[in-house]
Design a protein around this ligand. Structure first.
Ligand SMILES: Nc1ncnc2c1ncn2[C@@H]1O[C@H](COP(=O)(O)OP(=O)(O)OP(=O)(O)O)[C@@H](O)[C@H]1O
Ligand SMILES: [Mg+2]
Length: 326
């Protein structure tokens, strides 16, 4: 299949999950209770959900580590249960819990992994060194992983996942526990991989991360997908929070003037100090901002600032999944 090379997702589906259910014990609850979604080739797809929602289990099934109770998953048309070897060649996984061999050096962890995929000795050493350098671990390549910090081990797991150049990369909470530098570096790495045509599926609790990286997000709770949309589409689920925020100077603005704008649902006017006024117009009308600007200038008020109001992804998440801890 053509590599798009432009960072845009195609319409081609590369991962497809249908009617997936997983129950770890026959008499236990469903960890995954009927999930359907597909991931388009070249996109960054996020699974977002509270602790115990079933994210790791879902990734476990797609990556052939967990056997489903019912339903199916395919990667590029290969069934994960029927053709696990074909699937493993196409994917790589960065698991939530480290599964590095701590008694081996960093470079050994990488080259042993590549040997499993049949790469030649010289090729795997070169690729390992290149990745270790890229992930800022070149100088510690020959140290045992037992001496690595948590963040370094996390970067090493991602380097290892890239050893056999996967078509789909699964990252289960890749940035949890990383410092801001490492987190930004990883974000750049993920966006760069997408530009090169790699499909990414990641789980996260970090809303800024989901917002910034994901083309589409499935919100998972109690083993079910309760919403699936772009970050922007998800933010739009809280219409009460959407609107515009104006900071004005001059005479006190009249709320009624803004209430008359098309699409305005509610208006709040408050003093902002230093002879300034804050006007919040809630609503989703497309022309809300331009109409508000026209009103402002017609009324002789000066405009200091205009912002769009949007519900944050975190608000949406709490709205959808509630406040109770799992
Ligand atoms: N190996 C297992 N044996 C039994 N139950 C399990 C096993 N793995 C997960 N579970 C259960 O399945 C449910 C879903 O767990 P899962 O790890 O998929 O959630 P998660 O969304 O990844 O959560 P987190 O955000 O905490 O990583 C939980 O109730 C969990 O206790
Ligand atoms: Mg998990």
């Amino acid at each position: 299949m053509a590599n798009l090379g432009c960072g845009m997702a195609s319409e081609q589906e590369i991962v497809r999950v249908a009617g997936l259910r997983k129950r770890y014990r026959a008499d236990g609850p469903d960890a995954v209770a009927g999930i359907d979604f597909s991931v388009r080739e070249g996109e960054i797809f996020g699974l977002l959900g509270p602790n115990g929602a079933g994210k790791t289990t879902t990734i476990g099934v797609i990556t052939t580590r967990v056997r489903p109770t019912a339903g199916s998953a395919t990667v590029d048309g290969h069934d994960v249960a029927g053709e696990p070897v074909a699937v493993k060649r196409l994917i790589a996984v960065v698991p939530q819990m480290s599964n590095l061999d701590r008694s081996l050096t960093a470079i050994e962890n990488l080259t042993f992994h590549a040997a499993y995929f049949g790469a030649g000795r010289r090729e795997r050493r070169e690729r390992a060194m290149e990745l270790l350098e890229r992930f800022g671990l070149g100088e510690r390549a020959k140290e045992k992983v037992a001496t690595y910090s948590g963040g370094m081990a996390q970067r090493l797991m991602i380097a290892r996942a890239l050893m056999h150049q996967p078509r789909v990369l699964f990252l289960d909470e890749p940035t949890t526990g990383l410092d801001p530098q490492s987190r930004h570096f990883l974000w750049e790495t993920m966006l760069d991989l997408r530009t090169r045509g790699t499909t990414l599926v990641l789980t996260t609790h970090d809303m800024a991360e989901a917002d910034r990286l994901c083309d589409r997000i499935a919100v998972v709770d109690h083993g079910r997908i309760i919403a699936l949309d772009t970050p922007r589409g998800l933010r739009g689920l809280l219409p009460a929070e959407a609107g515009i925020d104006l900071l004005l100077e001059g005479a006190p603005p009249a709320a009624a003037r803004f209430e008359a704008l098309s699409g305005a649902e509610k208006v709040e006017v408050s003093e902002a100090g230093e002879g300034r006024w804050r006007v919040r117009v809630y609503g989703t009308g497309a022309g809300l901002a331009s109409e508000a600007l026209a009103t402002t200038s017609a009324d002789g008020n000066g405009l200091i600032e205009l912002r769009r109001l949007e519900g944050s992804l975190e608000d949406v998440f709490m709205h959808l999944t509630g406040r109770e801890m799992r």
